[in-house]
Design a protein around this ligand. Structure first.
Ligand code: FES
Ligand code: FES
Length: 164
């Protein structure tokens, strides 16, 4: 059995772990770190539920090994809130009924955060394209789209206010 020492930052906290070469990042996060907000659905890169942010890019954690993120910075859904407060995106998912069972939600939140950080003023067609890599079996996507649209509009309004 081949093992590796690794050190990385997850949600701003440093973790030092010894892991097997074959351990997936999704299993590492859930089992070694106790960060069970990262959900595992298909385990084949299809559903998007396991998405996390690695060094500023949304990544499907079921498709990479834990050792590949040695010395990297990871954000999971547990890292989205600040000081115990849901992020604006999370609050809008709650207000707009953007989730039912919540299985797909962490992955969608992280892909959306990554996308909006890089694309501050997208069209809803662009948002739909971004979401096309995520499967939700519950919502029909309406609430999800409303939540993202509300977040985009709020960000735009805040930018206008800051400039005025
Ligand atoms: S569990 Fe990783 S994409 Fe479905
Ligand atoms: S809210 Fe249930 S799978 Fe999306």
């Amino acid at each position: 059995m081949s093992v590796h020492e690794m050190k990385l930052s997850i949600n701003g906290k440093v973790y030092e772990e010894v892991v097997e070469s074959r351990l997936l990042l999704s299993d590492f996060l859930r089992e070694n770190c106790g960060l069970t907000g990262t959900h595992v659905g298909c385990e084949h890169g299809v559903c998007g539920a396991c998405t996390v942010i690695v060094n500023g890019a949304a990544v499907r954690s079921c498709l990479i090994f834990a050792v590949q993120v040695d010395h990297h910075e990871i954000t999971t859904v547990e890292g989205l809130s600040e000081n115990g407060q849901l992020s604006p995106l999370q609050q809008n998912f709650k207000q707009c009924h953007g989730l039912q069972c919540g299985f797909c939600t962490p992955g969608i939140l992280l892909s959306t955060k990554d996308y909006l950080d890089k694309t501050p003023n997208p069209s809803m067609d662009d948002v739909k394209e971004m979401l096309s890599g995520h499967l939700c079996r519950c919502t029909g996507y309406d609430g999800i789209l409303k939540a993202i649209e509300k977040t985009v509009n709020e960000k735009r309004d805040n930018q206008v206010l800051e400039r005025s």
